[in-house]
Design a protein around this ligand. Sequence first.
Ligand SMILES: [Mg+2]
Ligand SMILES: [Zn+2]
Length: 224
Amino acid sequence: MSVPFVVILDFDGTITTSDLVVALTTRVHDANRDIVNKVNRRELEPRTGLNILFSHLPSRDRQLYEEYLRHLARFRSGYHRFSAVLKDSHIPFYIVSNGLDFMLDAVLGPTPEDGPWRICNKARFDQPSITIEWQYPCQDPCPGGCGLCKYQVVTELRERHAAPVVYVGDDITDVNGAKHADRIYARGLLAQMLGQDGVGYTQFDTFDDILSDLFTVTEVINND
Ligand SMILES: [Mg+2]
Ligand SMILES: [Zn+2]
């Protein structure tokens, strides 16, 4: 069945109002704040930064982390409505995160059979501290260092569904993916960086902002 477009949503700071990777890893290990700042200033690649952040989280405390995330997470306004409209419209819809699977599971519960589907890294708890099994490693022409390469994800989903990709994100780890999407909704650092690089995007605050724009835009991107 042909679809008008595919939607990719970042998780931390996009679906949720705060970045849960930053919140959890800095709460457990205060000095992780320096690592986050270095990644945001592009002095450290996201993949390297994430490896360091999670290396300070003892595996034995998994349950505490999950409780903390469930307690902390807030959904951005309009998310559940947005999700329901996409399902009713049979629009393929993916949550794509450079975070770890146990974090998304803690906040969202198990993945529903009819989606949205999740693409994220896998956490391992069989060492003294959390280690990361990376999904979607970088390939040309991505400049590299992503961790989970959102550029690869955008490319693959566009081919799989033979449809334009709508990208929604907020952060530095969204830049490579967003730049290769057909339509971008951005906020936060992502919006700032796209602006600096002269890439067009639509600013959003709530998911209702996106919904009111998205279906009118479909015609535009399909007629390009
Ligand atoms: Mg984010
Ligand atoms: Zn990459």
